[in-house]
Ligand binder design. Structure first.
Ligand SMILES: C[S@@+](CC[C@H](N)C(=O)[O-])C[C@H]1O[C@@H](n2cnc3c(N)ncnc32)[C@H](O)[C@@H]1O
Length: 218
């Protein structure tokens, strides 16, 4: 069953109900660790023939946006958006092979850890919800200047382009995901991402943000 957050309530949808919604749209974009959901909300408003699915383990983060989407269109209501309550580690089988595009913006916690450590469960789950050749965009940031304690406690690898293009690339490939390229964004480039956390971080201390452009293999 897929747990869909509608306002303050979780509704469980079975495979048929979920597929019925998915099949109404020309394509599906999934944002994992969506947080307040604004990133997908803005895109969903502009592309009404595409379905946008925000996934987050935290109900609290998605609640406000989910509530807005149920209002009248004049008050911000839209139909082509769903909020799924799930950790990336437990993505439901109903989501198998639905995503044309996946984004993971500024993850923290176990989502970030899985992404930067190339965790097999996390990567297999991302692959599981992808179609062939799904685009996967990831941007992640931490550094010893600002997150020293977190890096030590969670045993996070030192991020660098070299680390991504060598070690992480191999781990991703083993799970069916190709890291096509990796770049470093600065604070100004991060502003363009236009998410709540992008704004928070971009207007804060100077930092390097690692952007990975990936494609899910057939
Ligand atoms: C820093 S926030 C970023 C939110 C949003 N992407 C943005 O850019 O504003 C990280 C989000 O990842 C979610 N998260 C952390 N671990 C997760 C996991 N294992 N599965 C799904 N979401 C997770 C958190 O609940 C949080 O909403």
């Amino acid at each position: 069953m897929v747990k869909i957050l509608i306002e303050n309530q979780i509704t469980e949808m079975n495979k048929e109900e979920f597929k019925c919604i998915v099949n109404r749209y020309s394509s599906v974009a999934v944002d994992i660790g969506t947080g307040d959901g604004q990133f997908i909300y803005k895109r969903a408003k502009q592309n009404t023939d595409e379905l946008y699915i925000g996934v987050d383990s935290s109900i609290d983060n998605m609640r406000m946006c989910s509530t807005k989407t149920t209002k009248k269109p004049s008050k911000g209501g839209i139909k082509n958006i769903l909020f799924v309550v799930s950790g990336v580690e437990d993505l439901p089988d109903e989501m198998i092979a639905i995503a044309d595009k996946i984004t993971i913006n500024l993850p923290w916690g176990s989502l970030r850890d899985g992404i930067v450590k190339g965790d097999e469960v996390v990567l297999h789950n991302i692959k599981k919800i992808s179609k062939a050749k799904t685009e996967l965009s990831i941007c992640v940031t931490y550094s010893t200047n600002h997150e020293k304690q977190e890096i030590e406690t969670r045993k996070l690898p030192t991020l660098s382009i070299d680390f991504i293009r060598t070690q992480l690339k191999q781990q991703y490939r083993a799970c069916g995901i190709n890291i096509d390229d990796a770049y470093i964004w600065n604070n100004d480039m991060l502003k363009k991402l236009d998410t709540k956390w992008a704004k928070k971080l971009a207007f804060g201390k100077k930092r390097e943000i690692f952007y990975m452009k990936c494609v899910v293999m057939d």
